[in-house]
Design a protein around this ligand. Structure first.
Ligand code: IMP
Length: 183
């Protein structure tokens, strides 16, 4: 259940309409692709978006999942991040579409792109549900995105705050700073 400390930014109908548009835009982008497409869902936050997005696409694809974990406090952000679950399909010679929940500072995306690039794909593109611009530290292209936000901490539609709210069918902004740790 949504609580008093959040307000709805994008309801389920708005999200569905936008995801449908994104699916069509991605199909168009890959319509002349010669190589196979692998769509990679970044767990956990992108799982709801990913499930809806791939069902709005006609382009044949393989799908797989990756999960990131971070550790330590003393090293740089990039050194801290590692895969706690890697994909199982090969991406060599294939087009890779990384499906993220939110690109915020850009560090997570930079790490993902670096790891996948080393596996010699045909191309790498990024689709993020939320393109959060106000705290960007690494300027990487986000090829497709659902909604742009400057700042704020959002939950629902797969996005969490301390693992809560993922099952909400709309996207909410947390309005109490105490319950919004990262936005
Ligand atoms: P980045 O490395 O700073 O770009 O962080 C991206 C990750 O931070 C996302 O994949 C989310 O897991 C998390 N994150 C950033 N902002 C929010 C938010 O507003 N709500 C929920 N998670 C967020």
């Amino acid at each position: 259940m949504p609580s008093d400390s959040m307000h709805c930014l994008f309801d389920s109908r708005t999200i569905a309409a936008r995801v449908s548009e994104l699916g069509a835009a991605i199909d168009h982008a890959y319509s002349r692709a010669q190589a196979p497409l692998v769509a990679v869902c970044v767990l956990k936050g992108a799982f709801v978006f990913f499930a809806d997005l791939i069902r709005q696409m006609q382009t044949p694809l393989e799908l797989d999942f990756v999960r990131l974990a971070s550790y330590g406090q003393q090293t740089t952000r990039q050194e801290k991040v590692h895969f706690s679950k890697d994909i199982e399909v090969s991406v060599q010679g294939k087009h890779v579409l990384i499906v993220e929940d939110i690109v915020d500072t850009g560090h997570t995306l930079a790490y993902l792109k670096q790891v996948f690039q080393a596996r010699r794909p045909s191309s790498i593109a990024v689709c993020s549900l939320i393109h959060k611009t106000g705290r960007r530290e690494i300027d990487l292209p986000v090829d497709f995105y659902g909604f742009a936000l400057d700042k704020g901490f959002v939950v629902g539609y797969g996005l969490d705050c301390a693992e809560a709210y993922r099952q909400l069918d709309a996207i909410y902004e947390l309005t109490e700073p105490a319950s919004a740790p990262r936005g």
